[in-house]
Write a protein that binds this ligand. Structure first.
Ligand code: ZN
Length: 341
C-alpha cells in the first residue's frame, strides 16, 4: 500500500506509514536477509488458485535490507500468455518475478495491470515493458507521474534503495490509459481467461484499480484491502473506501490478494471489519467536528476497545482518526456551503 496522489496534500506525509504494520517475514522474502545485500533475491510464486500465483512482499518499510520488497504482485497464466498484476518496487524485483514466472511457463508476459501508481508497485514496470508486455492503468495515474512527489520519491529511492533503484530506474506511463469512473468496470479476455477491471473510486489513490479473475473469483485488490487488521486511511477518503468495499462485496470474491500482506479467503469477515471501522471513525469524528471539539480532546474521549487489540492499531489508529477528522471537517463545510446557497 503506499502512496497517494500527487495533488493530494497528505499523501507524501502519510506514505511512510502505508506499508507499516505487517510484522511477519514470509516465504521466500526472508531469503533477502540470508543473502549478501548485493545479491538480488530470488522470488517464489505462491499459489492462489489454478493458474494464479502471487508474490508476497515482506513487512515494514522499503529499505536496502529488504531490497524494496514490501508489496505484493501476482500473475495469471492464460492460453495466450501471462497477465501480471503490479510490478513490485524495483527493476531487480521485477526481474526476479519474471524469472519465477519462467519456472512455470515459457509463454510471454502479454500485459501488466497497475493497481495504482505508487513507488512500491511500479518501479519494476520497465522490466516487463522490455519483455514486450503492454501496461494498462487508470488515467488518473498521470496525476502521480506528473507530480513533484513522484520525482522526489524516485530521487529518495535512488538513495535509500541503492543499488536496487538507480539512475536507470524510470517511471513508465501506461501504454493504455483506461478511462474508468467510480463504479465502472471493464471486461476483457486474454487467452481464453475472462477478467474484469473495477474502478470503485478514489480511496487509497486516485487511480485505484482492482482486477477480478472471473471464473475462480480471485480478486487482486491492490492497496484497497486489508486482512485481519486496521487499514491505513492515508489521505482521508473513507467515503470512497466504503464504496470500494461495497464494490468488493458485490463481486463475491472467493479469495483476495491484497497489495501488502497475506492473501485472504475470509473475505466477508475482513470486509466487515474494515467497513465497521471506517464507519466508526466517520461517526466519532463527525460528531467531534459537529460539536466543535478539538481533535486531541475528542480522540481521548472515544472508547477504542473494539479495535485496540488488532494488529496495526498502535501504528495506524491515531493517524487514521486525524485523517478522518479533517475529512469530516471538509465534508461538513461543504454541506454548510451547500445549505447557504
Ligand atoms: Zn499504495
Amino acid at each position: 500500500m503506499s502512496v497517494p496522489a500527487a495533488d493530494t496534500p497528505g499523501l507524501e506525509r502519510m506514505y511512510p506509514y502505508c506499508c507499516l504494520g505487517i510484522l511477519m517475514l514470509i516465504g521466500l522474502g526472508s531469503s533477502a536477509w540470508a543473502q549478501a545485500p548485493d545479491t538480488p533475491q530470488m522470488l517464489r510464486a505462491e499459489t492462489v488458485a489454478d493458474r494464479i500465483w502471487y508474490f508476497r512482499g515482506e513487512s515494514g518499510q522499503a529499505s536496502a535490507a529488504n531490497q524494496g520488497y514490501t508489496s505484493n504482485a501476482g500473475f495469471v497464466l492464460t492460453d495466450d500468455g501471462v497477465l501480471v498484476f503490479d510490478a513490485l518496487g524495483t527493476p531487480a524485483l521485477a526481474q526476479a518475478m519474471l524469472q519465477a514466472i519462467r519456472t512455470i511457463t515459457t509463454k510471454p508476459v502479454r500485459r501488466v495491470i497497475v493497481s495504482h501508481y505508487h513507488a512500491d508497485h511500479v518501479y519494476g514496470l520497465q522490466v516487463f515493458k522490455a519483455a514486450g508486455a503492454e501496461i494498462w492503468a487508470r488515467g488518473e495515474g498521470r496525476i502521480y507521474l506528473d507530480s513533484d512527489l513522484a520525482r522526489e520519491r524516485l530521487s529518495e529511492r535512488r538513495t535509500t534503495l541503492a543499488p536496487w533503484v538507480d539512475e536507470r530506474t524510470r517511471l513508465l506511463p501506461a501504454d493504455r490509459w483506461l478511462d474508468l469512473r467510480a463504479g465502472e468496470s471493464m471486461d476483457f479476455d486474454l487467452g481464453g481467461t475472462a477478467f474484469r477491471l473495477i474502478s470503485a473510486g478514489h480511496a487509497h489513490a486516485p487511480d485505484d484499480l482492482m482486477l477480478l479473475v472471473v471464473a475462480p473469483r480471485v480478486l487482486f485488490a491492490g492497496d484497497l484491502y486489508f486482512n485481519g487488521r486496521l487499514p491505513f486511511v492515508v489521505d482521508g477518503n473513507t467515503r470512497g473506501w466504503l464504496l470500494d468495499i461495497e464494490a468488493m462485496r458485490a463481486l463475491q470474491p472467493r479469495c483476495i490478494v491484497p497489495g501488502h500482506g497475506d492473501m485472504s479467503c475470509a473475505v466477508d469477515d475482513d470486509l466487515r471489519l474494515t467497513a465497521d471501522y471506517l464507519q466508526f471513525l466517520r461517526a466519532q469524528m463527525g460528531a467531534a467536528v459537529e460539536e466543535l471539539s478539538g481533535f486531541d480532546e475528542a480522540y481521548a474521549a472515544i472508547d477504542w476497545s473494539a479495535y485496540a487489540d488488532l494488529p496495526t492499531f498502535e501504528a495506524a489508529n491515531r493517524r487514521n482518526a486525524y485523517s478522518v477528522y479533517l475529512e469530516m471537517q471538509v465534508e461538513m463545510l461543504g454541506a454548510a456551503a451547500e445549505q447557504a446557497r
